[in-house]
Ligand binder design. Structure first.
Ligand code: 9PG
Length: 478
């Protein structure tokens, strides 16, 4: 038996019920032993945890790979926007917010939802967890919009060249990609003068417009990475306009640490900060890029003081990405990364849902308590746990590898990564063709040119082109 407490009586919708309130609870007489914990942004931990063990503690520092909303860190089992509990019968109770600034607390006999922005609607459902979560996703899409779209096959520069990307390297890659089956060629971090100063650096002598033209002439959609909501401490932007940033006691709030220093998040309620962000996007589109990977977006949602004191962090995030969509136009493919999950629905076409992959399986430090370090296994686990988003947004599990060069993964590990990409339906790689053997290149071409036939059999099991595949050993589920 379950009981729902809210400000309004439950109304039945597809796959569940709707209730309203600033705080709601669902209690059950059947005791649960596992809790679905959903992370705040792309890189935060999402998995089933045991209720009789304390939740995994993540660093309560913004911006790291594994960081999470401080509101959900603590001794209790907490989750951002949506949570679920499940017992021995494998039926799950799901409680999900149909609004922003909400989190869930789970215990063996209850799910409690609390909203930080007053009364909102909530979705409640019972059944097979994956199916009920998908119904929650659809309810979100009904309210926030749905522009989910497959971008085709993407080549991305990050997981081979990292920040050392140059025009010359891109041209070498373009020459080798001919006929392999890619649709988008995306330049990642490394083209700009500084994080926050989005002008081209000396490594791209033809300019970013010239680079876009080369990509388009080779037959691909030009793609570009930027992190429009942040500026690094070394940037001119933070020095010239500290007032554009989310602040506390008159100083910009540190949103995270990367690139050997601190970075800050723009206040998306500040008219001039909005103008800055729109200009960054408009410039990228004017250069010829119609696929934008927008990264470190959560920084616009960090707690702090804003120009408009009545707007919460998540609301400010949403306002900011709506400006981005307007500036980019509807025909530009927008991929969110380091992004707040629920507030991105309806604006972005695709979204990264896990940590960065790496050319190795486990994280270097070894263990989930070091979640903040890159690992292919962790990326796969998170992506699997967020597959319920696929009906409303393209789910990006990060790149797959075909190369053996600069890669420690075994064939099985690389296969698991390809399999999760097939399941997500979002396929990208960073492998430079001239790093690969003829066999590896042929394998990449075969994969890029085929469309895998996928059927879900259970939480971890799938049929992929007739093979039975299990992600159980990759999953971090307790
Ligand atoms: C570019 C990269 C790639 C990658 C993104 C993102 O916390 N950190 O220090 C941290 C560093 C890098 C990072 C995420 C977090 O990776 O996911 O695909 O675009 O930025 O810098």
């Amino acid at each position: 038996m379950i009981e729902v407490e809210s400000d309004s009586p439950p109304v039945a919708i597809d796959g569940g019920w709707l209730v309203a309130g600033s705080a709601v609870s669902v209690t059950t007489s059947e005791l649960a032993n596992t809790f679905y914990r959903h992370g705040w942004h792309s890189w935060s931990l999402t998995r089933w945890e045991r209720l009789d063990e304390p939740p995994v503690r993540l660093p309560d520092d913004w911006g790291g790979f594994g960081a999470d909303n401080v509101a959900i860190l603590g001794p209790e089992h907490r989750s951002s926007w949506v949570g679920a509990i499940s017992g021995s019968d494998d039926l799950a109770i799901v409680l999900g917010a149909l609004g922003f600034d909400a989190h869930i607390t789970g215990s063996p006999d209850a799910l409690i939802g609390e909203s930080g922005s007053g009364t909102i609607e909530w979705f409640v459902g019972i059944g097979v967890a994956e199916e009920v979560l998908e119904q929650y996703g659809r309810a979100l899409g009904d309210r926030l919009g749905n522009v989910g779209e497959d971008p085709g096959r993407v080549w991305c520069s990050w997981y081979s060249y990292y920040e050392d990307i140059t025009e010359a390297k891109m041209i070498e890659v373009l020459d080798g990609l001919d006929g392999v089956g890619f649709d988008v060629v995306q330049i990642d971090d490394g083209w700009q003068v500084e994080i926050g100063d989005w002008a081209v650096n000396a490594d791209f002598p033809s300019g970013m417009d010239g680079m876009a033209e080369r990509i388009a002439d080779a037959g691909y959609r030009p793609g570009l990475w930027t992190a429009p909501f942040i500026a690094h401490e070394r940037s001119q932007t933070i020095r010239d306009h500290p007032e554009w940033f989310v602040s506390r006691d008159g100083s910009p709030v540190v949103a995270g640490r990367n690139w050997n220093g601190e970075y800050y998040g723009l206040d998306m309620t500040h008219p001039e900060a909005i103008r800055h962000v729109r200009a960054v996007i408009e410039r990228a589109v004017a250069w010829g890029y119609t696929y934008l990977k927008l990264d470190f977006l959560f920084a616009a949602g960090v707690p702090g003081e804003r120009y408009d004191p009545d707007v919460t962090g998540e609301q400010a995030y949403r306002l900011g990405i709506e400006h981005i969509r307007e500036a980019a136009g509807d025909d530009t493919y927008l991929l969110a990364c380091g992004s707040l999950i629920v507030p991105s629905i309806g604006v972005f076409n695709g979204m990264r849902v896990g940590q960065d992959v790496a050319p190795h399986w486990e994280n270097r430090a070894g263990g989930i308590q070091y979640y903040s370090e890159v690992s292919t296994r962790f990326a796969i686990s998170n992506s699997l746990a967020r597959l319920w988003l696929t009906p409303v947004i393209a789910v990006d599990p990060d790149v797959v590898y075909f190369r053996s060069e600069a890669n420690e993964m075994s064939r099985e590990e690389m296969q698991a990564l390809q399999d999760i990409a097939s399941v997500c339906g979002f396929v990208a790689t960073s492998d430079p063709p001239h790093w690969m053997s003829p066999g590896e290149l042929a394998e990449m071409q075969r994969y890029m040119k085929s469309r895998q036939d996928v059927e879900r059999l259970g939480r971890y099991e799938f049929h992929i082109d007739g093979r039975t595949v299990s992600f159980r050993s990759a999953s971090l589920d307790a």
